[in-house]
Design a protein around this ligand. Structure first.
Ligand SMILES: Nc1ncnc2c1ncn2[C@@H]1O[C@H](COP(=O)(O)OP(=O)(O)O)[C@@H](O)[C@H]1O
Ligand SMILES: [Mg+2]
Length: 279
């Protein structure tokens, strides 16, 4: 009966999801952030389409990493707006943003490197204090079953990422490429709908890079996860993304399919211009 009552609004929401207004899972408008005199974000406007694999490119210093930090709660923007699935992001702490379903990968810290791979995964699972309390009261042993669930999910993900055999190994003993896979696997413990990756292929060998890309496509196709990734390798950008957003000097200067963007004179100027200015 509760279903019958909520059925109508749910159908309405599903219909809305096909409307143009709901195509964006992330929307950022007029975002500004300065470090002293440096305007790292100078009025950044962008939208990331739901279900897309979107590449964020631009010359060094364009503000790409700062944008990630500002929308995930690590830096405080001076002005502007950012919404994930219609919910405001600015002013929220990083863990609250991750819990909304927007997650980013992190390099393994020293502390995490000194822990087994499986513990790394389990630590990444969200705390559910309400559920935990209810479990303690309503069914003793519920906490254990929650832990067992988390462990099972962690092992499944490790299996998917071909890291199952390393579950008991210290994370610090993994190769650079395996660490990148672990970083992505950890984030998946949060079951995010949008994953932000900052140069995920940097410093890993081509075979592992291919595996990482394979996982990204599988997650998009299989679970509908949206990806926004910062990438320098143009071959990867052109071959793997369906949308490309180009930043330069704290602003978005172009957006479109890889083909559209690669022909855009502003983009060509930004890259040539920045290498000229670097001198
Ligand atoms: N924590 C910081 N403190 C001071 N300046 C910063 C900081 N982070 C980034 N910047 C500056 O902001 C600008 C944008 O940097 P960044 O976002 O790292 O660019 P990108 O990731 O596109 O290479 C650069 O001029 C950079 O030096
Ligand atoms: Mg950067």
């Amino acid at each position: 009966m509760a279903d019958a009552m909520t059925g109508a609004p749910m159908r309405a929401a599903l219909t809305d999801a096909t409307d143009d207004g709901d195509r964006a899972i992330l929307s950022v408008s007029a975002l500004e952030l300065s470090f002293g005199g440096v305007r790292a974000l100078a009025g950044t406007d962008l939208e990331v389409r739901r279900g897309s694999i979107t590449a964020l490119i631009g010359p060094n210093g364009a503000g790409k990493t700062t944008l990630f930090n500002a929308i995930t709660g690590f830096y405080r923007a001076d002005r502007g707006n950012a919404f994930f699935d219609g919910r405001p992001l600015l002013g929220k702490p990083p863990h609250a943003i991750a819990r909304l379903g927007m997650a980013r990968t992190f390099q393994l810290t020293k502390t995490l490197a000194a822990m087994p791979v499986l513990d790394n995964m389990m630590l990444a699972a969200p705390d559910q204090p309400g559920e935990r309390l209810a479990n303690l009261i309503l069914r003793p042993g519920g906490w254990r079953s929650r832990e067992a669930e988390v462990r099972e999910r962690a092992l499944e993900l490790l299996e998917t990422f071909s890291l199952r055999d390393q579950a008991e190994a210290y994370a610090g003993t993994l190769s650079g490429g395996q660490r990148k896979l672990l970083e992505l696997a950890r984030v998946l413990m949060l079951e995010p709908r949008l994953i932000l990756l900052d140069e995920p292929m940097a410093g890993i060998n081509p075979a592992l890079a291919q595996r990482l890309l394979g996982h990204i496509h599988e997650l998009r196709e299989g679970r509908g996860v949206t990806f926004l990734f910062i990438e320098h390798d143009m071959e990867v950008v052109m071959g793997q993304s369906d949308r490309v957003i180009v930043m330069s000097e704290g602003r978005v200067i172009a957006e479109g399919t890889p083909e559209q963007v690669s022909r855009d004179p502003h983009v060509i100027d930004a890259y040539l211009g920045s290498s000229g200015e670097a001198a």
